[in-house]
Design a protein around this ligand. Structure first.
Ligand code: THU
Length: 132
């Protein structure tokens, strides 16, 4: 992932954030996932009155990509507020690692200000299909 690829993913995540449905937290999150064939899918968080039925931006993006047949991914960008990094929640980390231990997670404040991690760094000793 070079700087331009990261920037593009972050910009797409920022655009996707506009679609967030957040009447309960007012915390809007956007995500963009890059499939290994170069296609990008975006997502936002969608909240629910039952709270627990809320889906995060990261999983929205992955669900869209996976339901279109994608199974292998290079990177995911996540944006929340512009003055802090938003890290994927535990459920999202588990969901993401299912599709590759090498997926890069880009947490961004802006297209110029971001950090990159491997999903395995964010979920060390995680449980995956290899453990069956
Ligand atoms: N949220 C995300 O969409 N992604 C994250 O990485 C952290 C949390 C959402 C869920 C909920 O709608 C709101 O942020 C507050 O938790």
């Amino acid at each position: 992932m070079d700087r331009n690829e990261c920037k593009r993913l972050i910009e797409m995540a920022m655009e996707a954030r506009e679609g967030a449905y957040t009447p309960y937290s007012d915390f809007k999150v956007g995500a963009a996932v890059l499939a290994d064939d170069g296609e990008i899918f975006t997502g936002c968080n969608i909240e629910n009155a039952s709270y627990g039925a809320t889906i995060c931006a990261e999983r929205t993006a992955f669900v869209k990509a996976i339901s279109k047949g994608h199974r292998s991914f290079t990177a995911l960008a996540v944006v929340g507020k512009k003055d802090s990094y938003t890290y994927p929640c535990g459920i999202c980390r588990q969901f993401i690692i299912e599709f590759g231990k090498d997926i890069k997670i880009i947490v961004a404040k802006t297209p110029e200000d971001y950090k990159v991690f491997a999903i395995e760094e964010l979920l060390p000793y995680g449980f995956t299909g290899e453990d069956f």
